[in-house]
Design a protein. Structure first.
Length: 310
């Protein structure tokens, strides 16, 4: 399994069309933490068999421990194409993970996890190694069901352990609602889309997994991307989806703690180590408690360097 950042939160997730060899080769040379080879929205249905074969070849050729992780966005559970997508992609080797779109309920996540376990059984290695990133707000049903996901998924420990993160999307939800826009005159998300974003963030935190911010669709507008990144990092997201290689550098930078942040986090951890057995510690004349420690540990986890790759 291809794994540039094993055990480290993945910052940048770049979508790559499943049927474009040129774009795939360019993406594989990028500094993205994860590549999402797409069998869904970017592929014409007539080209799906070709795209499946291309992506399967990429998965099989991925060298362990080098380059970005190789993930695959399959078609939605309700599409009728999901199981064939999975069977084709996993025929010779297994991807690092699967991105599951347009989810309507927790049952679809549970059933997909069962399908992945069956596919893993045909390959050497442990069960549970194909991770899941779930797009949880692309349908009205999915958004309404999202508050129940933590209770329902944590009741299935093997499935919960497979979950890498949750992410949200505005484009498909907008189409489903018939919305004429997603932002107000000042550029802020309107209430419904703020709700979707926040619900994703809260559910991911409740599950103890990554919350990944959605795509910024205008890849030429670097200033707007940076505003979204600043807001995402501020609010607690630990990564972001990308649609263009030029977005990778800013995304990686935004979700990599600064040296000052790392230095302070190390001091917080050291203060608690010196106060072993106590729920509070003192730093620079101020009392700090467990939330400060958790935040410091989170920063140090984000600060870990890639283990290999360009």
């Amino acid at each position: 399994m291809n794994d540039r950042r094993a055990g480290v939160p993945l910052r940048s997730w770049l979508f790559v069309p499943g049927d474009s060899e040129r774009k795939q080769l360019k993406a594989l040379a990028s500094s993205a933490d994860a590549l999402i080879f797409d069998l869904e929205d970017s592929v014409d249905p007539a080209q799906l068999p070709h795209a499946r074969a291309r992506v399967a070849a990429v998965v099989a050729a991925a060298a362990p421990g080098t380059g970005p992780q190789v993930w695959v966005r399959v078609n939605a559970p309700a599409s009728g194409a999901l199981r064939e997508d999975l069977a084709s992609v996993c025929a010779h080797a297994l991807p690092a993970g699967v991105v599951l779109p347009k989810v309507n309920c927790a049952r679809e996540i549970l059933e997909t996890a069962q399908a992945l376990e069956a596919l893993e059984a045909a390959h050497p290695g442990p069960r549970g190694r194909i991770r899941l990133l779930v797009l949880v707000t692309e349908t009205p049903q999915g958004l309404l069901a999202l508050p129940q996901y933590p209770q329902q998924l944590l009741a299935a420990p093997a499935v919960a352990a497979r979950l890498a993160g949750l992410t949200w999307g505005a484009e498909d939800l907008s189409a489903a609602l018939g919305a004429t826009g997603k932002r107000d005159a000042g550029g802020a998300l309107t209430f419904t889309f703020q709700l979707a974003r926040s619900a994703c963030l809260l559910a991911a935190a409740a599950l103890g997994i990554q919350a990944i911010d959605g795509v910024h669709t205008d890849f030429r507008d670097g200033a707007a991307l940076q505003r979204e990144l600043d807001e995402a990092r501020r609010d607690g997201f630990s990564g972001k989806l990308a649609i263009h290689p030029d977005q990778i550098g800013p995304i990686n930078a935004a979700f990599t703690p600064t040296e000052a942040e790392r230095r302070h986090a190390r001091r917080v951890v050291a203060a608690f180590a010196a106060a072993a057995g106590s729920g509070v510690a003192s730093l620079d004349g101020q009392m700090i408690d467990r939330p400060h420690l958790l935040q410091a540990q989170r920063i140090l986890a984000l600060a870990e360097e890639p283990r290999s790759g360009p």
